[in-house]
Ligand binder design. Structure first.
Ligand code: F6P
Length: 376
């Protein structure tokens, strides 16, 4: 069987700690173990479209294991809708041409949900694509874990730990806003690990009155402070109902005008949702008569040194990826399964949609058992 000699690699979507560990894992295994050449492309799919290359060799791969971010750069560009010289263009053919021009025999795409959808488009164009799951949101289907989640979990937990003492000293409610627009894994995990009193996630629409009465009950029992861990996508029951109705209208819209109207409606709701955490703080102040403060953890959660867990995961998946390429297994994501890794068709990952927190998940059960209020 003819051996694979040259592969490419990109990192796409939002960055996450552990991306460099993954690039190193793929790169070292390719160069050392299998004698393959590896070319990095800059800034996600844009690098492929514009043929922006980065040298990857023993020297450039050295010392990056512990470094945050990605040495290749990243971006949220989509191959089929990319801004190019001031206009939106379909760059898929340019990507295919550059893949061929660089004599690539496989391309590794490391990324989250969007990256997988885009990777599938390239699979359908006949390219040999293999992906690694990366996102601090932990919301990619069919893998036990994603690169970046463990580090972000540690950062958000440490933040909650630190907020405890100041909330306690000032007898305040402190709301920590944690990343996660659609999935609540990070808020739920960090909330449990940090001992938050209230955890709000997008999967469980909340009733602000119920949160306030849980906080008032704590005060009644002599605990005059509370920590609320809220995912950025968490919504009140009323907002969730408005979103669901607008989404349904969009789905059922028959004419172009109806679809456009529903789209506008959704973006108005989205705009209203921004700043939701501040609104929640105000509501809780009014209902509990305690002072409330908001801390938005933001991009701190995506930055800096990856945890040991993420370095290990990235190295495990990265090296397995090269083994699969050598065996000519393409069109798959290298999923984490227990201690091992498994090739799962990218088409199945995309068809499965996002991995949200199931309402019957053991983390939810445990949170309830330790008396955490989940807003419902
Ligand atoms: O990568 C996922 C994520 O971290 C989300 O949790 C967050 O809402 C989003 O990215 C923000 O990313 P950006 O501002 O870089 O597009």
């Amino acid at each position: 069987m003819k051996k694979i000699r040259r592969i490419g690699i990109i990192t796409a979507g939002g960055d996450a700690p552990g991306l460099n560990a993954a690039i190193r894992g793929v790169g070292k295994a390719a160069l050392g173990g299998y004698g393959m050449e590896i070319i990095g492309f800059r800034d996600g799919y844009r690098g492929l479209a514009e043929d922006l290359k980065a040298r990857l060799d023993k020297r450039t791969l050295a010392g990056i294991l512990t470094v945050g971010g990605t040495i290749l750069g990243t971006g949220r560009d989509k191959p089929h809708r990319m801004e190019f010289h001031g206009e939106m263009r379909d760059m898929t053919d340019a990507i295919v041409a550059n893949y061929k021009r660089n004599k690539l025999e496989a391309l590794v795409c490391i990324g989250g949900g969007g990256t997988h959808k885009n990777a599938l488009r390239l699979v359908e164009k006949g390219l040999n694509i293999i992906t690694l799951p990366k996102t601090i949101d932990n919301d990619i289907a069919l893998t036990d874990a994603t690169i970046g989640f463990d580090t972000a979990l540690g950062i958000a937990t440490e933040a909650i730990d630190r907020l405890h003492s100041t909330a306690h000293s000032h007898h305040r409610i402190i709301i920590a806003e944690i990343m996660g627009h659609r999935a609540g894994w990070l808020a739920l995990g960090a909330g449990i690990a940090g001992g938050a009193d209230v955890i709000l996630i997008p999967e469980i629409p909340y009733d602000v009155k119920k949160i306030a009465s849980a906080i008032r009950l704590r005060s009644k029992h002599g605990t005059n402070f509370s920590i609320v861990a809220v995912a950025e996508g968490a919504m009140s029951k009323e907002d969730a109902a408005d979103f669901a109705a607008a989404a349904k209208r969009k789905l059922n819209s028959k004419t172009k005008a109806q679809k456009q109207h529903a789209k506008t409606e959704l973006s108005v709701l989205n705009a209203r949702h921004t700043g939701n955490t501040m609104r929640l703080a105000k509501q809780l102040e009014e209902l509990t008569h305690l002072e409330a403060r908001v801390t938005i953890l933001g991009y701190v959660q995506r930055g800096g040194t990856p945890s040991a867990g993420d370095r290990l995961l990235a190295t495990r998946l990265g090296t397995k990826c090269v083994e699969l390429i050598n065996d000519k297994v393409f069109g798959v994501m290298v999923a984490a399964r227990g201690d091992g890794a498994k090739a799962v068709p990218i088409a199945e990952v995309v068809a499965s949609k996002l991995k949200l927190v199931p309402l019957e998940h053991s983390w939810i059960e445990s949170a309830r058992r330790v008396g955490t209020n989940l807003g419902g």
